[in-house]
Write a protein that binds this ligand. Structure first.
Ligand SMILES: Nc1ncnc2c1ncn2[C@@H]1O[C@H](COP(=O)(O)OP(=O)(O)OP(=O)(O)O)[C@@H](O)[C@H]1O
Length: 258
């Protein structure tokens, strides 16, 4: 069992007025949000809502134009090294170090986080087994399927036993058995006092798995709270469509039906 620091008081993630525009076009328009420590938090929203940009600013990957982000009371942009020790991050579309094997990816992540070689070797072997990657440990990540690469990146994000884990669409491309496995690993992390934040398009999954949720659209938070509060007696999917607005039946495309 990994040694864990006592949980600092206050929220696991504290976002205040985060804003970002790309080439003058706002992607995130002043997001303020507290993610309670010890929560399993879902971030949902339509394509292009600003989920990835928000999570990237919250974890020190994209510099905000305005606003602040804190992890367990540590300012992500003022004390980045300290913040990154507390964080485990699965960024969107990870293909960064794909000339490494899965085993090397996890190992180097552990070493970069300052863990001892022996600890890294033990944890890497356990993580490879937990994610069903042992047989492919020495295969280059570039030759992995999308789901395998996602699992390797997730393992690399967990090797230093972070207190706060932020995962951008961790279940995308992952098969149902692996997804169940990942869910149980993450639930274990939450049960031991850690905090998990996931972005996802799977409303039923978020409703079942998460205890808190925020709905984002057009760079703003439309609703946030416990899953029960946000869904207000309806399914999360129904509430989501109500908040975000349905698109109505697709018009045009007559040539497709010809
Ligand atoms: N690096 C970038 N350069 C230019 N525009 C960007 C960049 N990253 C994001 N955007 C724009 O910012 C907006 C929000 O994108 P973001 O990826 O944060 O949304 P998302 O909610 O994660 O979407 P999805 O569910 O489709 O992954 C979009 O309009 C997108 O085109």
């Amino acid at each position: 069992m990994a040694h864990r620091e006592p949980v600092a008081p206050g929220p696991a993630l504290s976002l205040r007025g985060l804003a970002k525009a790309f080439a003058g076009k706002p992607a995130v328009r002043g997001v303020s949000l507290d993610v309670p420590a010890g929560s399993f938090f879902g971030l949902v929203g339509p394509n292009g809502a600003g989920k990835t940009t928000t999570l990237s600013m919250a974890t020190g990957l994209v510099r905000p134009d305005a606003g602040r982000a804190g992890v367990l009371g540590v300012d992500v942009w003022e004390r980045p090294l300290e913040a990154k020790r507390l964080l485990g991050i699965l960024p969107d579309g990870v293909r960064l170090f794909d000339r490494l094997t899965g085993e090397q990816l996890i190992t180097y992540s552990g070493l970069l986080h300052g863990l001892e070689r022996g600890t890294v070797a033990e944890r890497t072997a356990e993580l490879l087994a937990a994610f069903g990657l042992t047989a492919d440990a020495r295969t280059l990540v570039v030759d992995y399927s999308a789901g395998m690469a996602k699992k390797a990146a997730l393992a690399a994000a967990l090797v230093h036993a972070p207190r706060v884990v932020v995962l951008d669409e961790p279940f995308e491309s992952v098969d149902p058995v692996s997804a169940a496995n990942i869910r149980s690993i993450l639930a274990g992390l939450v049960a031991s006092g850690g905090t998990v934040v996931v972005s996802s398009h799977a409303m039923d999954l978020v409703q079942r798995m998460c205890d808190h949720v925020a709905v984002v659209a057009d760079g703003r938070i439309l609703a946030a709270g416990t899953v029960e509060e946000v869904r207000g007696g309806r399914s999360l999917e129904e509430r989501f469509v109500e908040l975000v607005g349905g698109q109505g039946p697709a018009e045009g495309l007559t040539w497709l039906r010809a």
